[in-house]
Design a protein around this ligand. Structure first.
Ligand code: ADP
Ligand code: MG
Length: 737
């Protein structure tokens, strides 16, 4: 039997389907009518035989039978087809005759199917072998493991192209898991070219789509309207649409493809940046906030309260914030700093500056536990001062709460500390001048807009300990100013992190106990397990029981989790803070912000269930004092991604570095899903690889908006129209122009 190799070599699935030089996401099924989903604008004026709005059914090569298939891909009109970007390309410049094949290099062979067979080789396992007779003579064998559905792609005599890295196996050249392209019987694809590979749907072959796209390009490209003025294109080295569009479908070279792609990526990012720039400018122009210039006297009065010298970064952040608050427009600033970098004190400065000017300030935390801690910190810092502080947290009696709200409304309270529930409730401030939002990273353009309406024009300071890659701050947070605390306060000790196996548990607990006896404290963190889950994760109660009856028998161990009442949580935290508890067993409620400097030990169970950012946050709990921290991470997983994450976690304590790793491992979509933030997804741009274009687009957009505020110039009308169609609603720019 010719088809199968003698030995069943193991092949990594998909390992050979590489060579993707430019992958575009598929077209989202819905897009607003009246604008072409990609990049052009409809020229409503031209309506001859060929029109951009021609339904696909009437395009050459489509007809009533194929039209529904195209519609399934989101293609309804001619314009949709023009902007149906390939998801990949096939390198026909590497088209080879069998005799010319070279081992291990990505090459393409064209021929007809001579034989094929699917064979079961065990439960759920199969191997498909296909023998191709090349048009230039000679045979090639292709094999697929465990992809029985691939069989449907082949029929005896059908013409196909296979792209992959061939290997010599006995008599034959062989490709494992090559990329397959169906060819029409009469199709002579031009050689020496790069062919597009489009997303397909059942019943539609690659060559159908290629033909349809090629046809529409010929008849319709001329109808498209360029959105950029000519001199803009020239000045920014961008290809015009009429040149870029054909080239992104059927490029003459890889260089041309890059040029064409550059045009579309730039445009996509530029249009978003225009929206952000206009929004930012409008806030400057329209928003009115109380100017609060910090005099030397106020500055000295505030700083006198601080128990330590500020770091350089803290000084700088404070200077940036003071400059913002001195202006009569709302500050809109993001303060990002790694866990433990000392953001709180910077926020306290801003709040006291507001109070010094007779305004109220609100500090909001994501959890009740953290809100209480902030209240405590503020109380200590403000001991003996006139500043009136009001913690607005759960557990207040209805009467106490009513009183608190009344004093806030009457302006008798200066500082309000609570969870973000403050926003939802009908808290009325007499004179709100500053809102500080702590530990906010799942926070999009939309929500911020909602906040703005909650209270009229206070200054805003948003803080996050999740370092945000610059590409993301430039897009999702594009209208925020950013201050960064990179360095930790002096004397901060590093945390040693161990990715430990179950066989190291005894040694770890020996060590843990020794440190407890030296006077240190520690956390044991267990992921939240739903009762419905049947997986092998340990639950909080089980862990607690097994510890107090086992390794930590001789120690005082407390418990804290999200389902406890506020008072119970409060009591547990207080007991841990005071040292009454030496160990705190907890769910991730201690994740954000908790600050107990004497706690230097942490055990994390089932660490595979935590994300990288979350792990880093957790570890941040034990890097607060002047003694080094020790963190052991136990995991039960075979998942390669999880292991890679944990290895990265153990290898560095640099939060910015970890954020980059996370970004690479999970991709920007997962991490900072644009949808979740209210922005429509990018169609061409890829935040991971297009950083450079992003910087460029941002600079250019800011410059254009500075030169032509509101894009009122007629030459920019098309850009403005496209920007509004895509981002007008989400960025609330509806009434621009
Ligand atoms: P985070 O940025 O994670 O919110 P915190 O504001 O909670 O960090 O600060 C972490 C710890 O560092 C706190 O105990 C705080 O008092 C302390 N700290 C902050 N700034 C300094 C400094 N300049 N010098 C010494 N300790 C500092
Ligand atoms: Mg904090």
């Amino acid at each position: 039997m010719l088809l199968f190799p003698a030995s069943g070599r193991k092949v990594l699935p998909n390992a050979l389907i590489s060579g993707c030089r430019g992958c575009f996401p598929a077209l989202p099924p819905d897009h607003p009518p009246g604008i072409i989903p990609g990049m052009g604008t409809l020229d409503q004026g031209k309506h001859d035989a060929a029109s951009l709005t021609t339904p696909v059914q009437f395009l050459p090569g489509v007809g009533p039978r194929r039209a529904p298939l195209l519609e399934r891909l989101g293609l309804r009109a001619a314009a949709d087809v023009l902007f149906f970007f390939p998801r990949d390309y096939q390198d026909m410049t590497q088209l080879r005759a069998i005799v010319d094949l070279e081992e291990g290099k990505l090459q393409t062979v064209r021929g007809a199917v001579e034989e094929f067979e699917l064979r079961g080789i065990g439960p759920g396992r199969s191997v498909l072998g296909v023998l191709i007779r090349s048009e230039c003579g000679g045979h090639l064998r292709a094999i697929w493991f465990n992809q029985p559905f691939m069989r449907d792609k082949f029929a005896r005599g059908r013409r196909v192209m296979l792209s992959g890295k061939p290997r010599r196996n006995g008599l034959f050249w062989e490709m494992s898991h090559p990329l397959v392209t169906q060819l029409a019987d009469d199709e002579t694809e031009p050689e020496g070219r790069i062919l597009p590979a489009y997303p397909l749907t059942e019943g539609l072959q690659q060559w159908h789509v290629r033909r349809i796209v090629r046809g529409v390009l010929e008849t319709h490209v001329g109808l498209l309207d360029e959105v950029f003025p000519d001199d803009y294109l020239a000045a920014h080295d961008l290809w015009p649409l009429v040149r870029a569009l054909p080239a992104i479908h059927f490029p003459d070279s890889w260089e041309d493809l890059e040029r064409a792609r550059r045009r579309f990526v730039y445009q996509e990012l530029f249009v978003l940046q225009l929206g952000l720039a206009i929004r930012r400018q409008r806030q400057r122009v329209n928003g009115q906030a109380p100017p609060m210039e910090v005099s030397a006297k106020i500055d000295a009065r505030i700083r006198r309260r601080f128990p330590f010298e500020l770091t350089e970064d803290q000084h700088r952040a404070i200077a940036e914030i003071s400059a913002d608050m001195a202006r009569p427009v709302p500050m809109n600033r993001l303060l990002q700093g790694d866990v433990g970098s000392g953001k709180t004190i910077v926020a306290v400065y801003a709040m006291l500056a507001a109070v010094a000017h007779g305004y109220q300030a609100a500090l909001m935390a994501p959890t009740e536990v953290l809100a209480r801690q902030h209240a405590l910190t503020l109380k200590r810092l403000l001991a003996g001062s006139q500043v009136q502080l009001c913690p607005l947290v759960g557990g207040l009696s209805p009467a106490a709460r009513r009183d608190a709200l009344a004093s806030i409304a009457a302006g008798q309270v200066d500082l309000v500390v609570g969870t973000q529930a403050i926003l939802q409730e009908d808290v009325v401030f007499a004179k709100l001048g500053l809102v500080v939002i702590d530990e906010q990273h799942k926070f999009g353009v939309r929500q911020r807009a909602a906040l703005k309406q909650a209270a009229l024009d206070p200054h805003y300071l948003v803080m996050t300990a999740t370092p945000i890659p610059r590409t993301v701050t430039m897009t999702l947070f594009g209208d925020l100013d950013v201050s960064t605390l990179r360095a930790s306060p002096p004397g901060r000790q590093k945390v040693h992190t161990y990715l430990a196996g179950d066989d190291q548990r005894d040694r770890w607990w020996d060590f843990f106990r020794r440190k407890l006896r030296e006077g240190r404290q520690g956390y044991v963190v267990v992921p939240l397990v739903e009762e419905s889950e049947t997986i092998a994760a340990v639950s909080l109660d089980e862990t607690y029981e097994s510890l107090v009856n086992g390794p930590l028998e001789a120690f005082r161990v407390g418990l804290i989790h999200g389902r406890m009442t506020s008072d119970e949580k409060d009591a547990a935290m207080a007991d841990f803070r005071s040292g009454e508890f030496q160990v705190l067993v907890s769910t991730s409620v201690v994740e954000v912000g908790i600050d107990v400097p004497n706690a230097t030990l942490m055990t994390i169970e089932n660490a595979e269930r935590f994300g990288l950012a979350q792990l880093h946050q957790l570890r941040g709990r034990i890097s607060r004092g002047r003694t080094p921290g020790y963190c052991a991470v136990f995991a039960r997983t075979d998942s390669e991604e999880a292991l890679e994450r944990l290895k990265a976690f153990a290898s560095t304590t640099d939060g910015f570095r970890l954020a980059e790793v996370d970004f690479t491992l999970r991709g920007p979509g997962e991490l900072f899903g644009t949808r979740q933030h209210g922005l429509p997804p990018f169609r061409v741009a890829d935040l991971l690889r297009d950083t450079e274009f992003l910087e460029e687009a941002r600079r250019d957009a800011m410059a254009l908006v500075a030169a032509d505020p509101g894009l009122a110039d007629a030459r920019h009308a098309k850009l403005r129209r496209q920007m509004l169609a895509r981002y007008g609603t989400v960025l609330e720019l509806g009434d621009v122009g």
